[in-house]
Design a protein around this ligand. Structure first.
Ligand code: SF4
Ligand code: SF4
Ligand code: SF4
Ligand code: FES
Length: 570
């Protein structure tokens, strides 16, 4: 252990701890902007300057490791003046239009400007208003607000291994840019939105579709239905000041009814359906000898990644649509018939933790109902804005239940929200279908958690099924490269584009870091454990859907409505 003092308070910390971390342990917050707790240290903004006895100048707390006997002072005149100057310089080159900024009240720069109470800037304003890049169906880039911290570049390059954005130019011209400054939709961007989560300010954010939803809700001719993804119920509460991982399923359903949706449904239902279709596809591949490995296909950022970087593996992707798209196709066919409503009068809204789902719903082929299957995708953050705008306090409203028929779901459906969940849900069904025996223990703990790659071998009636689970695209790339080189062989692989799976999606509340992801994961499994049905094939409404409409898994109607194809993105 290392013994030091911070502001005259003794503290003992492990070797390798930074001043920033040590200060936090004794309740002292040092301002940071380029620092991100899940990323490498960049030390380029210099807002975290502190004084260390004996050091020549001020030191950056985020990058300086503690040493025995160190005496740190975080609040000397020199440290506070230096930080204020850094902040003033950033603000001088910033538009400061907080009132019309999407990050108003959720912005790290704005928070420090308020804390330092900067009434007047001593520097000339040098900000430039640059055109926004709105070419992407999922995210908007507004570099007028960029403070050049580099957090988006690290997530895009290192965590996602996509490299759609990078550092460009030098000195005054230094900026974040795409290759040849192309619009985002002409780059290799997979629309994951992880950059929007990492950005401390309002320079990258989700493309909002809230107005389209308000319009549909205000149209008396339209029957507006909403589906909510598994991961939203364990994150939405954070937008209303609740603890990370708070489970707000019932309050969310009530809030959606209060907003005016005609029916509130659960994407967990079509997650159950995905398991039936995907499980059968896997069994069919086992019978036909491949192609292996079969990759899951419910994460659109991952599908985009395969289409962009590994088109030779497109045949390995399951042909199943994602649960959100299966829902849209059924809402405008089966549900429309059941309700006696013309499908052109049904408006389908999805609430997703994901920005890539916006792109997915807009894909040309996602119209198998004869209409656009999903009309609008809102992220968790957008739903929270609608709820706030309506004056609804999520903490105070009563809980209520999803509507039938697409509100009857299983625990297998809900764990789709966490990395490893799709694999676990599939195993809970495939094992019983193949062996015709009840699974004693439903929990497959080996595939749970935040580890980048998880592997297991499952014995299903004498067959050793080799499985793997990857979360985040850099881990997926690592795995695919090993398969490509022949170093590894698997039968079935789950890939989730975002770190931790959908609970860590790019549309989740700002402040989604691994610490928070872990809390949401715990809650997802808590919801699962408390469900009366925990296996997709035991969901009675899924059985009814096949009896009344789809006939059989992988049948003609399923094929038309629930499966898709892929195309290389050049
Ligand atoms: S990015 Fe932050 S400081 Fe800049 S305008 Fe938006 S809220 Fe204000
Ligand atoms: S959305 Fe994802 S892939 Fe696109 S720039 Fe952001 S981090 Fe990179
Ligand atoms: S866009 Fe945001 S995350 Fe990226 S460098 Fe600019 S301020 Fe930082
Ligand atoms: S937070 Fe330390 S230099 Fe940016």
């Amino acid at each position: 252990m290392i013994n030091l003092s911070i502001n005259n308070i003794p503290v003992s910390v492990e070797e390798g701890t930074t001043i920033l971390q040590a200060a936090k342990m004794i309740g002292v917050e040092i301002p940071t902007l380029c620092y991100h707790e899940d990323q490498s240290v960049k030390a380029n903004c210099r807002i975290c300057l502190v004084e260390v006895k004996g050091a020549k100048g001020l030191l950056t707390a985020c990058s300086t490791k503690v040493f025995e006997g160190m005496e740190v002072f975080t609040n000397t005149r020199a440290a506070r003046d230096a930080r204020k100057t850094v902040l003033e310089l950033i603000l001088a080159s910033h538009p400061m239009d907080c009132l019309k900024c999407i990050r108003n009240q959720k912005c790290e720069l704005q928070k420090y400007a308020a804390e330092f109470f900067i009434e007047e800037l001593p520097f000339e304003r040098t900000y430039q208003i640059l055109p926004k890049d709105e070419s992407s169906p999922s995210i908007v880039k507004d570099l007028s607000k960029c403070i050049k911290c580099g957090r988006c570049v690290e997530v895009c390059q290192s965590i996602q291994s996509v490299g759609a954005i990078s550092y460009s130019h030098r000195s005054d011209e230094y900026r974040i840019a795409t290759l040849f400054e192309l619009p985002l939709n002409e780059t290799v961007c997979v629309y994951c939105g992880q950059c929007s989560l990492a950005c401390p300010v309002g320079a990258i954010y989700e493309k909002s579709e809230i107005e389209k939803v308000w319009k549909a809700l205000g149209d008396p001719e339209m029957h507006v239905v909403v589906q909510t993804a598994p991961a939203v119920r364990v994150s939405l509460g954070e937008e209303f000041g609740m603890e990370p991982g708070s489970i707000v399923t019932g309050q969310m359903v009530t809030a959606l009814r209060m907003l005016g949706f005609d029916r509130v449904f659960d994407t967990d239902f079509t997650a159950d359906l995905t398991i039936i279709e995907e499980g059968n596809e896997f069994l069919q591949r086992l019978k036909n000898g491949g192609p292996f490995p079969m990759f899951t296909s419910c994460s659109p950022g991952w599908v985009n990644f395969v289409e962009t970087f590994y088109p030779e593996f497109m045949a390995n992707l399951s042909t199943c649509k994602s649960p959100q798209q299966m829902f849209g196709a059924l809402a405008k066919t089966y549900y429309a018939q059941k309700m006696g409503i013309s499908p052109d009068k049904i408006f389908v809204v999805s609430v997703m933790p994901c920005t890539a789902k916006k792109y997915e719903s807009a894909r040309e082929e996602m119209n198998s109902s004869g209409f656009r299957d999903v009309d609008v995708v809102l992220t968790t953050r957008e739903l929270a804005r609608m709820i706030r705008e309506s004056g609804i306090d999520l903490k105070k409203i009563v809980e209520s239940e999803f509507d039938a028929p697409f509100g009857i779901t299983s625990g297998a459906g809900v764990i789709f929200g966490a990395s490893g969940g799709v694999m676990e849900a599939a195993l809970r069904t495939v094992y019983e279908v193949v062996t015709q025996r009840e699974l004693g223990k439903l929990d497959f703990e080996d595939v749970r958690g935040l580890d980048g790659i998880k592997e297991a071998v499952i014995n299903i009636d004498g067959l050793e099924v080799k499985i793997a689970v990857a979360n985040s695209l850099s881990n997926a790339r690592h795995l695919v490269d090993k398969i490509k080189s022949g170093e590894r062989e698997y039968h079935f692989i789950e890939v989730m584009c975002c770190p931790g799976g959908c609970i860590g999606g790019g549309g989740q509340p700002i402040g989604t870091v691994n610490r928070v992801r872990n809390e949401r994961i715990k809650s997802i499994y808590e919801v699962d454990a408390n469900m009366p049905i925990r296996q997709s094939h035991k969901n009675p409404v899924i059985k009814q859907l096949y009896d009344e409409f789809l006939e059989k898994p992988l049948g003609e109607r399923s094929h038309h409505l629930l499966h898709t194809h892929y195309r290389a993105r050049g």
